[in-house]
Design a protein around this ligand. Structure first.
Ligand code: ADP
Length: 637
């Protein structure tokens, strides 16, 4: 094969351009990323070696500076790559993280952006922060694969070529830029490895001058990292600093974890786990599982097995990062079989119990920290209410919501809501919608406001779905204020019923007229027990989807049959009497039908929905204004 030149995908070109020209801070992390890749590659080879002897080796990562040539080499004897893999992994194909990384950079000049590179799954390219040419020679472990040579100057293209290398694994040669020559210094390499890669399980070696007893000097390979599996040690032996460093190693996050959960389980399943609650949500939190960066590693007796064991933790705890090391799982079965192993489910059960308990503790003992966690990951945790029946009650205790009576941004638990309930209040009230601002003025809340009852604002899109799984909490029903009948305490109920019954009698023919007039749009027209100020509102039938739910589906371009709702009128609003007068005068007046439509449109508008024919609505409104203004002018005269 002759040398082949290939173009990078446009996004990769942008990314490289950024690496080469715009990222100045914290360039050290390029080494962390390349070592992490080398270690991942050995993990994979070691796993393979469990069933294929020809792959096994004395695992090591070597860092070799060459001051004469101005190059730094990072090599591993891990799994290596085939030609296709080179093209897919670091060549033409842009990964989802590439776009996200560019977007993050554009959004704000993030000072610690280089630190986050690994998180976006584009760590390899960080080499171009320090090198103006990168060569990669790799040979896939196993008997038959030829070696490949890849080279790029970090501009629009790269070249591919055959290589005569015979060893399995990958060697990356960085031709350092003039301002990056300090990375050739052994002390500098040592410093970076100690800081970021001390926990890597495989020895990271670099040539170092050694003085012999006879005074002469020789160059020997020195191991730079302690290789300590920190999760196997007891928490008493460890310092905060140890946890922090390991966290930044496993999460590719520079910051500190919000919480360390380090524990061991004995009994039906034996394992040790070191889990972290991150302080910041990653960009891929809501991406499909296979597109997310994997940061929970399963080990079996210190051997890395997989970072894709999806049964290890439930989806709603996917923000956890860390390591689980089992002592009783079988080592030599395929990952797929392992995935289904009953033992894994036992581990999961155990982890869930521990993590939920730790979250509860955090919520009780360090509210601020808990709120930081909740604001980042609450949306994910909530999924558990709908998906983990066994732990639903525990998760419910952890949820927090904004409410009508609390100030903007303040979150309370369901228990706090209960504790503050007036003695007569029967049910827990909630309303779903896009934002607090929109809900605050909803006519649905008027009556509850006047009674001094609080209403939970459910403003995460997921709430609409989650709340279906919470018919009640602590023996109290959860009632949507925009659905069905509102059943207040006995006294208010009586009072409201008297009003609606009276209005029913007085306006019987008007209601019949409106029902007929609006029959295409609503399933019923009736007097309301929930309005004290507004003239009208729309409510859903008890078991129908809410208007908000329909909006969410529409936004997702999903089909959902339109359900008709109920138009409720305020029995005490002057509009009703005026309407009645007009009707009594001449039931055939064409204005009546026009006003009926406007009533419906008005109800749509107050809940933040679009009206079907805005142009027509504003024409009618303008004409009403003219009448109103002329009357006003008359009075002023
Ligand atoms: P990430 O490691 O987060 O996937 P990178 O950009 O660092 O992102 O690497 C891209 C891919 O290239 C890796 O997922 C891996 O498949 C491959 N790769 C990188 N370095 C090596 C290596 N030393 N040995 C084998 N494969 C590697």
């Amino acid at each position: 094969m002759t040398v082949k030149t290939e173009k990078f995908k446009t996004e990769v070109q942008h990314l490289l351009d950024l690496m080469v020209h715009s990222l100045y801070s914290n360039k050290d992390i390029f080494l962390r990323e390349l070592i992490a890749n080398a270690s991942d590659a050995i993990d994979k080879a070691r796993f393979e070696a469990l069933t294929n002897q020809s792959v096994s080796a004395d695992w090591e990562i070597k860092i070799t500076p060459d001051k004469d040539k101005g190059t730094l080499q990072i090599s591993d004897n891990g799994i290596g790559m085939t030609m296709d893999e080179v093209i897919n992994n670091i060549g033409t194909i842009a990964k989802s993280g590439t776009k996200a990384f560019l977007a993050a950079h554009q959004e704000k000049e993030m000072k610690n952006l280089p630190d986050l590179i690994g998180q976006f799954g584009v760590g390899f390219y960080s080499a171009f922060m320090v090198a103006d040419k990168v060569e990669l020679v790799t040979r896939k472990a196993g008997p038959s694969s030829p070696a490949v040579r890849w080279e790029s100057k970090g501009q629009e293209d790269y070249t591919l070529d055959k290589s005569s290398a015979t060893e399995q694994g990958t060697t990356i040669t960085l031709h350092l830029k003039a301002d990056a020559k300090s990375y050739l210094e052994t002390w500098k390499i040592k410093e970076i490895v100690k800081k970021y890669s001390d926990f890597i399980e495989y020895p990271i070696k670099t040539p170092a001058e050694k003085k012999k007893s006879d005074g002469s000097e020789s160059t020997e390979l020195e191991i730079l990292n302690s290789q300590k599996a920190i999760w196997l040690r007891s928490p008493e032996e460890l310092k905060e600093e140890d946890y922090k460093n390991f966290y930044s190693h496993i999460s590719h996050f520079g910051g500190e974890p919000l919480l360390n959960i380090h524990f061991s389980a004995e009994g039906t399943s034996e394992f040790k786990a070191l889990l972290f609650l991150p302080s910041q949500a990653p960009f891929d939190l809501f991406m499909m599982p296979d597109q997310r960066k994997k940061t929970l590693h399963l080990y079996i007796r210190r051997v890395f097995i997989s970072d894709e064991c999806s049964n290890l933790i439930p989806e709603y705890l996917r923000f956890l990062k860390g390591v689980v090391d089992s002592s009783d799982l079988p080592l030599n079965v395929s990952r797929e079989i392992l995935q289904e192993n009953a033992q894994i489910l036992k581990i999961q059960k155990n982890i869930v119990r521990k993590v939920l308990a730790e979250l509860k503790k955090l919520q009780e003992n360090d509210k601020d920290k808990y709120l930081t966690f909740y604001k980042e990951f609450g949306k994910v945790l909530k999924e558990g209410v709908a998906t983990d029946h066994a732990n639903k009650d525990k998760i419910l205790e952890l949820l927090m919501f904004e409410t009508m009576k609390n100030t903007d941004g303040k979150l309370i638990t369901l228990k706090e809501y209960l504790d503050a309930m007036p003695p007569l209040q029967k049910d827990i009230y909630y309303v779903t919608g896009e934002s607090r601002a929109m809900l605050e003025n909803s006519p649905h809340l008027e009556f509850l406001k006047s009674k001094g009852y609080d209403v939970i604002f459910m403003i995460d899109p997921i709430d609409e779905w989650v709340v279906q799984s919470i018919p009640e909490y602590s023996g109290k029903k959860l009632k949507s204020v925009g659905k069905g009948d509102i059943e207040l305490d006995d006294e208010s109920k009586k009072e409201a019923e008297e009003k609606t019954e009276k209005a029913d009698k007085e306006h019987k023919n008007l209601i019949e007229f409106l029902k007929k007039e609006l029959t295409e749009k609503v399933k019923n027209v009736r007097f309301s027990k929930r309005l004290t100020e507004s003239a009208c509102c729309l409510v859903s039938d008890e078991f129908d989807p809410s208007a908000h739910m329909e909006r969410i589906f529409k936004a997702m371009k999903q089909q959902m049959p339109q359900t008709k709702r109920i138009l409720e009128l305020n029995p005490e609003h002057p509009l009703i009497n005026a309407f009645q007068k007009l009707y009594d005068k001449n039931p055939a007046n064409p204005k009546l039908s026009e006003f009926a439509d406007m009533l419906y449109d008005q109800a749509l508008l107050t809940e933040g929905n679009a009206i079907p024919d805005p142009l027509n609505f504003s024409k009618k409104l303008a004409s009403l204004m003219v009448t109103g203004i002329e009357k006003e002018v008359e009075v002023v005269k």
